[in-house]
Design a protein around this ligand. Structure first.
Ligand SMILES: [Zn+2]
Length: 302
């Protein structure tokens, strides 16, 4: 099974903090990894993909992170090195050029960091005082962005009305140039492609999909000096053209979240289990249930 994490916050973050989901603090993440080690074998994504046998896919775990937040990386990388936890980071690159947050990350920070007591969305006032109110506003913004057909332009226009303080922007930015460069020296940490701007791939032309994917891959390869071998569809959203573009860009495999099974090669629609709760019990239930299901499917296959 491939696990998908996003943001990890410092341990000083209050337990009830939300950011479009329960926030995982460093201690929660460490607890997850230590438990996983007792029950599964944590392997590099490459090894997981190479070994297609059902029994391996149920007893082995590959760890992935999407979006590549610089603060999260600084927090967890010493632990990952010490504990030798192989991890793949699927990272975007547009911030290296414009210093801006990814379009949906801006909405996360706007709604949950409380820089504004309320925001006006399309003529309606949305207060941002409680977690529930923030979640309502966040859902509305993400849904309007998707419906607009150009989520990136929608978010950019909105951010002009409600700019965020630099201190908050810094907390949510993607990997720094030096962090990407240092991946060249890391033996158990790998960089993967995640497009330049994190668009909804199914809303842009086949040509634009390839451009987004290639620009990101080229930048990551130039800066890190490493080949970028694996890709993850932004938001888990893809269509036939996305699969073709990932193959054409030279990736060896591509990760989805819930695979649509629309292509000929399952290695370009690898399922991942997303982890949005610090609860170890929730993680155990999710994985044990999945492992059981997968092994039964494996038995049926045989
Ligand atoms: Zn993403």
């Amino acid at each position: 099974m491939i696990l998908l994490y996003h943001l990890i916050f410092p341990d000083s973050t209050p337990k009830d903090t939300w950011n479009a989901g329960k926030v995982l603090r460093l201690a929660d993440f460490k607890r997850h990894m230590r438990w996983l080690k007792t029950r599964f074998k944590i392997v590099p994504l490459e090894a997981y993909i190479a070994n297609k046998a059902w029994e391996n896919r149920t007893t082995q775990i590959a760890i992935t992170f999407d979006d590549g937040y610089q603060r999260t990386f600084d927090l967890i990388s010493p632990f990952l090195r010490e504990e030798k936890v192989p991890t793949t980071f699927f990272v975007n690159t547009s911030h290296l050029e414009d210093g801006a947050l990814l379009w949906f990350v801006y909405f996360n920070a706007l709604c949950f960091e409380k820089s504004y007591p309320e925001i006006n969305i399309e003529g309606s006032v949305y207060p941002l005082k409680t977690q529930r109110q923030s979640a309502v506003a966040w859902k509305r913004l993400v849904s309007l962005a998707r419906d607009s057909g150009d989520a990136i332009a929608f978010s950019e226009a909105f951010s002009k009305k409600y700019p965020l303080p630099d201190a908050i922007v810094q907390n949510y930015l993607g990997l720094r140039h030096d962090q990407i460069k240092n991946f060249g020296n890391e033996s158990n940490l790998e960089l993967g492609g995640h497009t330049h701007h994190h668009p909804y791939l199914d809303q842009i032309s086949a040509e634009d999909q390839l451009d987004e994917i290639l620009m990101n891959k080229r930048l990551l390869e130039e800066i890190s000096g490493n080949a970028i071998r694996f890709f993850a569809y932004p938001g888990g959203v893809y269509d036939h053209s996305s699969i073709d573009a990932a193959r054409q860009a030279g990736f060896q495999a591509a990760c989805a979240v819930g695979p649509k099974q629309i292509g000929a090669d399952p290695e370009f629609e690898l399922p991942r289990t997303d982890v949005y709760s610090p609860s170890l019990l929730a993680l155990r239930a999710k994985l044990m249930g999945l492992a059981d299901l997968l092994s039964r499917m494996g038995l049926r296959d045989a």
